[in-house]
Design a protein around this ligand. Structure first.
Ligand code: C2E
Ligand code: MG
Ligand code: MG
Length: 759
């Protein structure tokens, strides 16, 4: 559309410039107007069709289309008059033309605008009034005043003459509304073109009025070009309206006014005219312009005052937002640090005791993952409320981010010492929580708390020490509070170093596997081997898995490490199979590995590469891992099971899983946790528990295995309970390949416990 209009305008400009042919200028000029007028109508109709889904926008374009129809009708009437003789005034053409103005305004006001609060609404009205008055001053000054002054005795004639400049004021108000309101994205370009068109239109009217006043207008006059451009821009505007994406398009609230300058221009014009009027022949009575100028200044001042007030309000809100957490409304890290600084400064002067408690929700990620972020947020809000409920008014509860909260205690007395507060927090947070997103299940969470007591150089130091203590609390099994001690700092730094080293360990080939056999408890023969990882650290020596697997889990490094274990163990098993020792190989799989969909593929690939019988592989998954997200774990287990491998639940008895839960996992074996075995000699309770656990396995038709058998008494007890197999230092420690081969070599695969013990 823009191209077509541009082309037409060029031809028209050529015609105006070379003034060819000489005669019938007004008729030829009219001919140029028809295609442009028709284009404007069709473009507006097209736009209204595209906006069918939004009735308000559709009606806006329909009104604009109707305005263009009247304008074209005016042109046609004009041509007919020109063909048939002298032009009467007023004529039917004037009636058509004059309908154009109000229809445009109505159309423009129908465009949906962003929702405003009251303040912004009032400001908009003031801005519009300013623009209207400024525009009116110009129109009055250039045309309206003189027209009124010169108007003849015929009231109809003078009425129509005045109606045009008034129509221009109406258009200026329309223009103001386009410039000052926020519009939907789909209409933005269209309205820009339309605003341009309006400017040209008003300019054309003013020049025309001026010509009419002081000389005579001829059809086809160069001033027509301004109208021509105006109508062409209306056509371009219609074409630029795009289909709104949603039926209710959101109009950006925070988008800045692109024309906040408009009112100032209007004021400048008002005062400019006042000066101009002073210098020239005083076209208008001074009073009217003075009134206009004073009115403008007043309106702009009021508007500025309102804007200033809103700005202060917004600033206040932004300051609050920048210092508070959006979700819980608690002080955020910046404010917590600031308050802690102040607290330390006061304590320095008055020597009052101070403390920072660093609170972290245990397993929050798990809740987020299983129930979704909305539920996670809900939980955090509850935690925030509960924490705030515990402390005194003067203390600070803040949220540092995620599931980390900080409580600052000042001037605490014995009855409200930090340990007591921490104890109460553990209690209060542990109470069941009803959340909307958990499908009627109440969840209960625990928290780990680190406490840093007493004076520090800075708030950062205080919080850091509390964080060290928190780390310690997590490491010690969570759901507890720990008081900071200076050794924790070294421990934490130590861990940080270890983490860095761990990142390189796999590539550096520092991992190796030890193999621990499992035995049939009745025949006391080897039934299989469990692969257990070790890390040969270049400085620290051999590190056991408990010291780095949690770290590897946390950092995600467990995934590549686990893959390496799987490959290496299976290759070893395959080698032993080839040597005629078809032993089963048990491999530990961690929670993070089980989360990976690629685990199933990894196992399948490993089986393919090594050519191992799938039944020779047992994956051991700890009970707590399975309970984390039982549904997802069950799905993954079924996929693994489909490969033909075996599954075992490791450390069984520590995860408090119910029978109902257990049944959904397609497992083959239960490995009863060492803690139950080691208690056998000491207590009757442990015996009863062992009995229950073995019976449970049997009920479910699963193989049972006792872990960590160190003493004969333990072995006998398990034998008595008819536990199927066992593993422990009594039989063999985790051994290097050579040692295992020696064990297997000295004894055929059917060796006995006696033999093993000798070895
Ligand atoms: P787990 O799978 O329950 O392995 C048994 C652990 O008990 C091994 O500790 C083993 O050395 C130890 N153990 C066996 N018999 C006895 C005994 O009679 N007395 C005592 N006190 N301990 C005994 P280890 O090798 O230190 O492994 C600890 C845990 O680390 C394993 O527990 C397993 O959960 C994890 N782990 C080991 N290797 C890997 C691995 O390759 N990947 C993953 N994800 N975890 C592994
Ligand atoms: Mg294991
Ligand atoms: Mg175990």
């Amino acid at each position: 559309m823009a191209g077509a209009m541009g082309g037409l305008l060029l031809v028209y400009a050529g015609w105006q410039l070379f003034r060819w042919p000489d005669g019938h200028r007004e008729l030829i000029g009219d001919l140029f107007f028809y295609p442009v007028g028709v284009a404007a109508i069709f473009a507006a109709v097209g736009a209204s069709r595209r906006c069918a889904a939004q009735p308000r926008l559709r009606s806006a374009w329909r009104l604009l289309a109707l305005a263009s129809v009247f304008y074209l009708a005016g042109d046609v009437a004009q041509t007919i008059y020109e063909l048939s003789g002298p032009l009467p005034f007023p004529s039917v053409a004037d009636a058509f033309y004059l309908l154009f103005y109000p229809l445009i305004l109505c159309g423009l006001l129908r465009f949906p605008a962003g929702r405003r609060d009251l303040g912004a609404g009032v400001r908009l009205m003031l801005d519009l009034a300013v623009v209207a008055i400024g525009g009116a001053a110009v129109v009055m000054y250039v045309v309206l005043g003189p027209t009124v002054a010169q108007s003849g005795p015929d009231p109809l004639q003078s009425g129509i003459s005045i109606a045009y400049p008034v129509g221009d004021m109406v258009l200026l108000v329309g223009l103001g509304s386009v410039l000052l309101r926020r519009t939907a994205v789909s209409s933005a370009r269209a309205l820009q073109s339309f605003a341009g068109g309006l400017l040209f239109f008003v300019a054309a009217d003013l020049v025309y009025g001026y010509i009419e006043l002081y000389s005579t207008y001829q059809g086809g006059d160069p001033v027509d070009s301004l109208w021509m451009i105006a109508i062409a821009l209306f056509a371009v505007a219609g074409a630029a309206q795009t289909t709104p994406l949603a039926t209710t398009e959101v109009i950006a609230e925070d988008q800045p006014h692109h024309a906040s300058w408009a009112p100032y221009i209007a004021v400048a014009i008002g005062f400019g005219l006042l000066l101009f009027n002073e210098r020239h022949q005083r076209l208008l009575p001074d009073a009217s312009l003075v009134i206009a100028a004073v009115l403008l200044a007043t309106l702009v001042s009021v508007r500025q005052f309102l804007a200033q007030r809103d700005l202060l309000h917004t600033q206040g809100r932004l300051t609050y937002q920048s210092l508070h957490d959006a979700l819980t409304g608690l002080p955020n890290r910046a404010l917590v640090v600031d308050r802690a600084e102040q607290m330390l400064a006061r304590a320095r002067r008055s020597r009052t005791p101070v403390a920072a408690l660093y609170v972290d929700i245990d397993g929050f990620k798990h809740i987020n993952d299983s129930f979704g972020h909305a539920t996670g947020d809900e939980l955090l809000s509850v935690v925030a409320a509960r924490l705030s409920g515990i402390v005194r008014e003067a203390d600070t509860v803040g949220r540092l981010g995620g599931d980390e909260f900080v409580v600052l205690l000042e001037d605490h007395t014995l009855d409200a010492g930090p340990e007591l507060v921490a104890e109460r927090m553990c209690q209060v947070l542990g109470q069941p929580i009803d959340l909307q997103g958990t499908k009627g299940r109440t969840v209960s969470v625990t928290a780990s708390i680190g406490i840093a007591l007493g004076q520090r150089d800075s708030a950062d130091d205080l919080l850091r020490d509390a964080d060290f203590a928190l780390y310690e609390a997590k490491g010690a099994g969570k759901n507890r509070w720990v008081m900071f001690e200076s050794r924790m700092q070294t421990a934490a730094q130590d861990l940080l170093e270890l983490e860095m080293d761990l990142k390189e360990a796999l590539d550096a080939g520092q991992f190796f596997l030890l193999y621990q056999p499992t035995f049939d408890l009745q025949s006391e023969t080897i039934t299989g081997i469990e692969a257990l990882i070790r890390w040969r650290h270049p400085v620290r020596g051999v590190i056991p898995p408990d010291a780095f697997i949690p770290l590897a889990e946390e950092t995600g490094l467990i995934v590549p490490i686990g893959r390496w274990v799987l490959r290496t163990a299976c290759q070893q098993a395959a080698a032993w199979h080839r040597q005629g020792r078809p032993l089963g190989m048990a491999i530990n799989v961690s929670a993070r590995q089980l989360d990976q969909p690629s685990l199933v593929q990894d196992v399948a690939d490993t089986l393919a590469i090594t050519g191992l019988d799938p039944a020779a592989i047992t994956l051991e998954i700890t009970e707590t891992t399975l309970m984390r997200d039982a549904e997802a774990a069950a799905r993954r287990c079924h996929a693994l099971k489909a490969l033909g491998i075996r599954l075992a639940i490791d450390d069984f008895g520590t995860g408090y899983s119910s029978l109902a839960y257990l049944r959904q996992f397609p497992v083959d074996a239960l490995k009863i946790d060492r803690s139950f075995i080691s208690g056998i000699a000491a207590s009757g309770d442990s015996k009863a528990l062992i009995h229950t656990l073995v019976q449970l396995g049997k009920t479910l038709g699963l193989e049972t295995l006792g872990e960590g058998i160190e003493e004969r008494a333990q072995l006998r007890e398990l034998q008595r309970e008819k536990c199927d197999s066992g593993q422990g230092f009594l039989f063999a420690r985790p051994l290097e390949v050579d040692a295992i081969e020696e064990l297997l070599g000295v004894n055929s695969p059917t060796n006995t416990v006696a033999n093993t013990l000798v070895a």
